[in-house]
Structure formats: C-alpha cells, structure tokens
Unconditional design. Structure first.
Length: 735
C-alpha cells in the first residue's frame, strides 16, 4: 500500500554520533540555567539575608576602651652603658618587656581583684532572643513587663550588683540562682535548684552548706518579683584568661615607645573602668620596681664610696708628705700632659670596672656585653702601659710627683662622680618616678565595634547568592532531563525543526479558561503575535519544505511521555496551516486520554473510537471547521481496547479517505512509552515529529521511544523542542 511505502523512505538509523570535544563554556546556557532558577536564587539569598540580620540583631554589642602609655628608654645608672648596648646591636627600648608585663598574671590578677571580676551576676533571659529583646526595650524607671506571662525571665531594665560571695570549694565555678522577692528580698538556690539561704539586699547573708560557710552581699538589684539571676564565682585564673582574651596591647609605630591598650566588653563603662585600673596598677608596679632598682643601686654605691673616700684621702696625704720633703715646685709641660692622659685612662678603667660589676650581677662572664667590656679594658690597659713606659724618661722627682698627683686626681674624680650618682638615685627614689607614663587615659567608644551589622548583612546576601546559584546548578546536574536543543540534536542524530519558547500568555489563558470552565484557548487564535506562535510559523515553513515532493499528507505528533505539549503543538499547527489556505483535518488518535475536544468545548463522542468500532461513519464523527480553523475528529468514548481498534482496516480506510480530500492530515497520538498506539498510528501515516519538552524528558526515554518507533519501521523526521525556558512545575501545556 501507498502508506506502508511512505514510512520506509529515507529511514534514518538511531545512532549516537561522537560529540566534538569542546572545552568552551556556553554562556547562553549558563544564563538560561540562572534565569530559570532565579526564584530559587532569590529565595535562598533572601533566607540567608534574613538569617544574617537575625544573627546580627541577636549578637550583643561589644564596645572598646582605648588608652595610650609611653615607655621611656632604659637608662643605666652608670654613664656609657647605653652606648655599649647600642654598639652591641641591642635596643635600649623596653616596649616588648612592657607589653609582656601588661599581659602577665601578676598585673591582670591585681585588676581582677580590684574590680571584683571573679563575682559574676547577670539576669536570666529567654533562650536565643531574650537578651536581644531586653536590649531593644526602651529605658524605663521600672523593669519591662514579662512577655507571654514568663515572669521568671528578665525582659529589660533588670540590674544586680553582688559585692561579696564566699563559697566552699565544691561550689566554686558552679552557677547559683538568685530569685528576686518582694521588698528587696531574695532567695539563693544551688546548682540543682536546692534552697541555700534567704536574705535581703544591703547586708551580708550567710549560712552553712555542706559543712562550710556560704556568704553573699547583694548591694542592690532592680527586678520584678520572681525574676531569676545567675550568680557564680570564677577562679582567678579563668578570669585572668578571660580578661587577657579581651585585651590588646601593641606598639604604635616602630620603636616609638608608645603602647596602645584596647579592651573590649559589653558594657562601655565597665571596659573603661577596667582599663583605667589596669594602667593605674601597672604604673604603680613600675614605680615600685624602679624604686627597688634604685635601692639596689644605691646600696651598691654606698658600699663603694667609703673605700673610694679612704683611697682618696690616703693619696692626698702621701702627696702632701712628698711635697714637704722635696723642694719640687711643679710639673713641666710634658709631665702635665702625661698626667692628664693618665688620669683619663684611670677614670675610664675605673668606670668600666664598675660597669663590669653591674653586668656580672645580671649576666654571666660569657655574655657578649661582658666580654666586650673586658676587651675595651684590655685596650685601655695597653694604652696605660705604653704611657707608663714614656713616663720613665722623666726625672725621678718629677716622675714621683706625677704618680702621686695622678692618684689624687683619679680618686677625687671617681669619688665625686659616684657621690653625685648616689644623690641622683636618692632623688629618683624619693620622687617615686617610673619609666612609664599615661599619654591618654582610658576612654570607651560611644558606638559598638562589634558586630558589624552591615558587613554581616552584606556577607549573608553574598553567601545566599552563592548558595542559591550552587543549588540551581546542583539541581541541573542531578536532573537528567534535556535542557539544550542543540545537545539533543547532536546526540540523537535527528534535526530539531523548531524550538518553541515558554509562553507565559498561554499559561494565563489556560488558567483563566479553567476558572471560567470555558474551552481551552488556542494560542495562535488568542495571541497570534506570541513568540511561541512565531516559532510555530517557522515550523510550518520547515514542514512545507520537508514535505515538498512527498506524496504523504499525514503528519504525526507524538512524544515520549504525557504533558510534553503534543496536543498544544498539533492544534496550533493545524490552525496555522488552515490560516495559510490549506484544508486541514486534525484527528485525535489518543483514545486513552485525548483532550482535543476541550479546545472546541464539545463532547469527545461520537469520535474515532465509535468509527473504528463500526457504530459510526465518517460523516457522523467529523466536526466542521470553525472559521479558518481545521476540521476535527475527536477521540470518542474511551474504549477498553484502543490498540486492537487501531490495528483494524477502518483506520486505513479513514486515512485513505482523508488523503483524498485534505491538503494536510495531522494525527495526535498517545505517548510512545505509555502504549503501543503511537507506533500503530505512525505505521499508517507519514513522518513523525517527536515533541520534547525542556526540563521534563530525559535523553534516555527519548532514545528508547525512537527505538520503539524504529522497530515498527516508522519514519521519525525530527524533533519539536517545546517550552524552552519554562519550569517543570508549569502544567499549562497539559498534553
């Protein structure tokens, strides 16, 4: 028969040609994926933004107090020690030692004790957001009223101050619970909620617990009766570590001696007070250390001065006796020059000896500074020996007088120098001056430094955009459905005749028709300028070229699964062909779930099933064209055996009759994977156009459907790619 010959012509084989190896990124595909998932990206970004804003609001504000102190460079009580240190490459700056001392337990421990930081008392807030609500409560003379009747929690305006808390070792570090009562009374309970004592503010309350004394002194609290507070006494070490973690100590610039101190805290006034206490404690400790050093140095000088005084007086007596016994008038010019040089060398050697004594008390004899000083002493000793050799050329009397005057002058200069240094140290000790002073006293910031709410919100939004984009691409990667018409064409080996974009107007028209219970709209009639209709006009032109010279007038539109839009494509294509002046017959061959009759607002029967069963003739089931539309044959009453009916001779007779009277016959069938009906109908017709819906069909099911058609020697002409850019959840194209 003619129809059996048509479908064997130019039968393509289902092959999977090897794809070209391309490393290029398809920017259009990426943008399409992003646009299709725009609501997912916006939703995730909005969710992350709201979570970030909520986190920023819940986080308590943190304030910072700053102070500046200046550390003077270390000065030795003996002249020349700084020069020696510089020559040795050692810095005389004491900034690093000061920084370490400011963070030491000895200093921070005093601050903890002075500020009574071991005792911690605070209101109990509702979990998660209670503290944030309390902060947002406007200041009021009375504490805020409880929300939802939760009177045990603090809701804003509560205050407590515990001056003293004595606990046995078993309760140290454990939280205790204090409940506010009427008229400044309170009840203190243990970690397990057991009552410990009752008392009032303004006086020390004590009792025995486990054989040990418990005492508490609550100076004041402001709270509604029934409000709970948490009270605890931390260990000194934990408080010191907590204070150290909030403290920053850094040098401003390089080798400036200016130290910047910063302390963070939730209460700006408390942070300022603690930092002021820290600077005060350190200055006091520094003065005490300097005073102790002065006492030690003064003790050393007091030990040296009597001996030097005795040596000076002895030298003066010997000089006086020599002058009385000899008639020497004075020294000549050469002897005077030698005397001055010898005195200078002796003074230098003596000072170096004192420096060596001071250094040996700090370092051992192998320290570089000690060894450098010893080298310098050897050089001076060599110069002294050379000068002494020169002095031997002088007359005996001159030489003796020179020696006596040298000793007197050396001892006198050294004694005077050490006596002046001792007076300086006494003044230093009396004045209690240290090498540290406050440049800027501690001042707390008026606005919080943490959290940075704008930064948190911006980062949350950026994170949300990244997560949303990742979710869209992950969904795309995990979703095996076809999204790209070009990939479909290259991988399955069949051309794509048309790509129909998603039509939001079609969706609106169908939703309106369902609400009004009206016939389904035909897009080419209701919105002829829609982009999807324009694409189908291109398909109409492609069909005319594809079928030119072919004797077949029957086209089949089918798909792999339901809801791919085959009925939508078939009815709109039939209308477009009819508008072009062709006489068109549209047959609904889906006798399982056919919906063609819904577009005309008529009953499905009588239709194709009645004709195939022999109860009706063609004239009985033919519905005339409405306006410029096609003539139609509906599916008819849904029979229990549609495949058997389609295999009968009456379908062949119907198609032969239609070919003789119409320019084009369009058949719309059941999905290929759902039943064998499509293969049976396609075997009696011409080329098959396979409708694939973006985001719904997988490459595997399309390939299996085409294989099934090929097994029945059906000619597959190509694909119609439907709903590009649409969403899977959109069921506007119902068949």
């Amino acid at each position: 028969m003619q129809q059996s010959e048509d479908h064997t012509e130019n039968q393509p084989t289902l092959s999977s040609p090897e794809l070209p190896q391309e490393d290029e990124i398809d920017l259009r595909d990426l943008l399409t994926v992003l646009w299709s998932g725009k609501w997912v990206i916006c939703g995730v970004a909005l969710l992350c933004l709201l979570l970030g804003i909520g986190y920023a609001i819940i986080q308590p504000p943190v304030y910072k107090a700053d102070a500046l102190i200046q550390a003077d460079k270390e000065r030795s009580p003996l002249t020349g020690l700084e020069e020696m240190r510089s020559a040795m490459g050692q810095s005389s700056s004491t900034v690093q030692p000061h920084i370490q001392l400011l963070k030491s337990r000895s200093v921070l421990g005093q601050v903890v004790d002075k500020q009574n930081l071991r005792i911690q008392a605070q209101p109990m807030y509702f979990p998660v957001f209670g503290e944030a609500l309390a902060r947002l409560t406007k200041p009021h003379p009375e504490p805020a009223a409880p929300l939802l009747g939760l009177e045990s929690y603090a809701w804003g305006g509560e205050r407590i101050q515990v001056e003293r808390l004595k606990l046995p070792s078993m309760l140290r570090g454990e939280p205790l619970f204090l409940r506010a009562g009427e008229e400044n009374s309170f009840v203190l309970k243990g970690p397990e909620g057991e009552p410990i004592l009752q008392g009032n503010t303004g006086r020390v309350e004590s009792t025995e617990y486990g054989g040990a004394e418990i005492a508490i002194f609550v100076s004041r609290f402001e709270a509604r009766p029934g409000t709970w507070f948490q009270v605890a006494k931390k260990s000194s070490l934990s408080c010191i570590e907590g204070l150290r973690s909030r403290l920053s100590v850094n040098e401003e610039g390089e080798d400036t001696g200016i130290i910047n101190l910063g302390l963070t805290g939730r209460e700006p006034s408390q942070a300022e007070t603690i930092l002021k206490t820290l600077t005060s404690v350190y200055l006091r400790q520094n003065v005490e250390q300097r005073t102790a050093q002065a006492e030690e140095r003064l003790k050393f000088l007091n030990q040296q001065l009597p001996q030097l005084q005795e040596e000076m007086e002895s030298a003066e007596e010997r000089l006086s006796e020599f002058q009385q016994k000899n008639t020497v008038i004075g020294l000549n010019e050469e002897a005077k020059s030698m005397l001055d040089r010898m005195v200078e060398l002796e003074n230098q050697l003596t000072r170096l000896g004192l420096k060596e004594s001071e250094l040996e008390r700090k370092y051992n004899s192998k320290h570089p500074m000690v060894q450098s000083l010893q080298d310098k002493k050897r050089q001076l000793q060599e110069q002294k020996t050379t000068l002494q050799s020169s002095m031997k050329r002088l007359p005996k009397t001159q030489r003796r007088l020179l020696e006596l005057k040298r000793k007197v002058k050396v001892h006198t200069d050294l004694y005077t120098s050490l006596l002046n240094k001792a007076q300086e140290i006494k003044l230093l000790k009396a004045g209690e001056l240290g090498d540290v002073r406050i440049v800027d006293s501690a001042v707390a910031s008026t606005s919080p430094v943490e959290p940075n709410r704008r930064m948190i919100a911006a980062l949350s939004l950026i994170l949300g955009l990244f997560l949303g984009t990742g979710a869209v691409f992950l969904r795309r990667a995990l979703n095996p459905t076809i999204h790209d018409p070009e990939g479909l064409e290259s991988r399955l080996g069949y051309p794509v005749y048309a790509v129909l974009p998603h039509s939001s107007q079609e969706s609106r028209l169908q939703r309106r028709a369902k609400r009004r219970k009206a016939p389904l709209p035909v897009l080419s009639m209701e919105a002829p300028n829609d982009s999807a209709v324009e694409s189908m006009r291109s398909l109409r032109t492609s069909l005319q070229f594809a079928l030119s010279g072919s004797e077949s007038k029957c086209l089949v539109f089918t798909g792999a699964s339901p809801s791919v839009g085959k009925t939508f494509v078939a009815i709109n294509m039939a209308h477009l062909l009819a508008q072009a002046g062709q006489k068109v017959l549209l047959v609904d061959c889906d006798m399982r779930k056919g919906t063609l009759h819904r577009y005309l607002g008529k009953d499905r029967s009588p239709g194709l099933s009645e004709y195939l069963a022999g109860s009706k003739e063609i004239q009985d089931i033919l519905h005339p064209a409405a306006g410029e539309g096609p003539e139609c044959i509906f599916s008819g009453t849904l029979p229990p055996n549609p495949a058997e009916l389609l295999m009968g001779q009456r379908l062949t007779d119907l198609l032969q009759w239609a070919r003789e009277r119409y320019d084009q016959v369009i058949l719309e069938t059941t999905p290929v994977m759902a039943a064998a009906d499509a293969s049976i109908v396609a075997a009696h017709a011409g080329p098959v156009f396979f409708v694939v819906r973006a985001g719904m069909n997988t490459e595997q099911e399309v390939g299996q459907s085409i294989k099934r058609l090929q097994q029945n020697r059906v000619r597959v002409a190509g694909f119609v790619f439907n709903d590009l850019g649409g969403r899977q959840s959109d069921k506007s194209y119902t068949s």
